[in-house]
Design a protein around this ligand. Structure first.
Ligand SMILES: Nc1ncnc2c1ncn2[C@@H]1O[C@H](COP(=O)(O)OP(=O)(O)O)[C@@H](O)[C@H]1O
Ligand SMILES: [Mg+2]
Length: 462
């Protein structure tokens, strides 16, 4: 901006100087002619004429010196021009904007002003002596083309366009023509989070509908069969009805999981307030799953659920965490195997993670949710480790556990039905409780999921 103002100031000064020089010569010339005529006609003596020339010369010089002083004080003019209310306003306005914003001069197409967010968007280094050219700095061809179009167009043309920078980075550019400063104002709006949220929502809906449609298709298929080809074959009806009951159960499980996911999400910003016995939560969940364990021929045992500090928690949510992890362990390990639920207390979140999910030598490990650092350090944590002797989980699946609808065992023929929402629910609940979630696994030997969360403060001694 200062460059433009400097040029304008210089031109104004030159114009003013020329005008004064013209005035000066006209004034002196006319006065000289008048005096000469008066002297020649004898109306004026030589002495008076000379005095007249001196006075007129002095006045004219004083007039001209006025312009000369403007010349020597040129810097002031430039700085005055540079700090005209308009330009100061633009700089201050840009600085006040939280979005990247910059100004491009129309005549030289230079970036004459920009704010800090724009500096990082444009990757502008330290300030240079001359404003940089837009074509050198702007690396997004679409944005540069739009700016050039607006620069070439008559004043007052504005435009707005979406930019895709990289695979997952979206921006919207608003280009506005500013008449007062004969420049363009470019404003950039980051659309990436909005686009990401929209895609996640669309994916979620697509997945949920797909998961609901699968059992529905099976049920309606059997209804058709029972009404048509198998109408008279009453013996096969029992089998069909059993399958239909299973599919119905799957649908209601899915709906229950979807509902609890949305309930947890809607309360995620509110920290739990109730004080609960962590050991009771664990014991309750284990008791609820004993029938499933015995159904599957799995031995379910608890270790270390005594003398645990209380937690500030939502009882139902933590029960859901324990039940999801324990039922997975039971579901995914074979008959005759053993599932052990270990609990304990640790000095901080890091120690809790080691005790809960970093125990086996040579295991593949993954932290799926890390406690926020300020919480993890120096806060007593309680932890729970659910360990099974199942098939283990292939390493490539580990980072995606906890994603909604992600199932590592899909390729194993899908014998075990699940919603793929269990670990996503666990992760959400642990986030809500400022806790953590981690897994360790050894192929063919077993898997252990660990969760931990801060113990309730000022726990009364038992
Ligand atoms: N204890 C475990 N042993 C082996 N694989 C597991 C275990 N727990 C979870 N998984 C894998 O993680 C996937 C996601 O688990 P989850 O979110 O609970 O969904 P699901 O409804 O399929 O149980 C499961 O489909 C399974 O592939
Ligand atoms: Mg599950």
């Amino acid at each position: 901006m200062s460059q433009t103002s400097e040029t304008e100031g210089l031109q104004a000064r030159r114009r003013s100087m020329t005008r004064r020089a013209k005035d000066f010569s006209v004034l002196v010339g006319t006065a000289g002619m008048v005096l000469l005529v008066l002297v020649l006609t004898g109306s004026l003596g030589w002495i008076e004429a000379l005095s007249g020339i001196f006075v007129i010369g002095s006045v004219a010089s004083a007039y001209y010196v006025g312009s000369a002083s403007l010349k020597t004080g040129g810097g002031d003019v430039v700085s005055v021009a540079a700090s005209t209310p308009d330009s100061v306003l633009t700089t201050d306005l840009l600085a006040a904007l939280p979005l990247p914003a910059f100004e491009v001069s129309r005549d030289q197409q230079r970036i004459v002003a920009y704010n800090e967010p724009a500096a990082s968007f444009l990757r502008l280094g330290p300030r240079r002596s001359a404003p940089p050219r837009a074509s050198v700095i702007i690396r997004t061809p679409a944005l540069l083309a739009a700016i050039e179009t607006c620069l070439a167009a008559p004043e007052g043309v504005s435009s707005s366009l979406e930019l895709e920078i990289g695979p997952d980075e979206h921006w919207r550019a608003h280009i506005h023509s500013v008449r007062a400063s004969d420049s363009l104002l470019v404003l950039l709006e980051d659309l990436t989070p909005v686009k990401r949220a929209a895609r996640a929502r669309a994916d979620f809906l697509a997945n949920a509908s797909h998961e609901l449609r699968t059992p529905l298709t099976a049920i309606s298929g059997f209804i058709e069969t029972m009404r048509g080809p198998a109408r008279e074959d009453k013996d096969s009806w029992d089998r069909f009805l059993a399958i239909m009951a299973g599919e119905t159960e799957r649908m209601s499980r899915l709906i229950a999981d979807l509902l609890s996911l949305s309930r947890i999400e809607s309360t995620e910003h509110m920290l739990p307030t109730a004080r609960e016995h962590f050991a009771d939560i664990v014991m309750n969940s284990v008791d609820a799953l004993l029938p499933l364990a015995s159904d599957r021929g799995v031995e379910l045992v608890v270790e270390g659920a005594e003398d645990l500090p209380d937690v500030t928690a939502n009882w139902d949510e933590l029960v859901q965490v324990a039940e999801n992890l324990i039922s997975n362990a039971i579901k995914y390990s074979g008959t005759g195997s053993r599932v052990v639920v270990h609990c304990g207390v640790a000095a901080d979140g890091f120690e809790a993670r080691s005790l809960a999910a970093q125990l086996w030598e040579g295991s593949e490990r993954m932290t799926l949710l890390q406690t926020p650092n300020r919480v993890a350090v120096n806060e007593l944590n309680v932890w729970m480790r659910v360990e099974d002797q199942g098939p283990g989980i292939e390493r490539e699946h580990l980072p995606r556990l906890g994603e909604r609808f992600y199932r590592a065992d899909q390729s194993r023929g899908g014998k075990i039905t699940g919603t793929g929402l269990g670990l996503a629910i666990v992760k959400h609940i642990m986030t809500h409780h400022r806790g953590g979630l981690a897994v360790e696994t050894r192929i063919g030997e077993g898997t252990a999921f660990g969760v931990w969360l801060p113990a309730a403060k000022d726990a009364p001694p038992d």
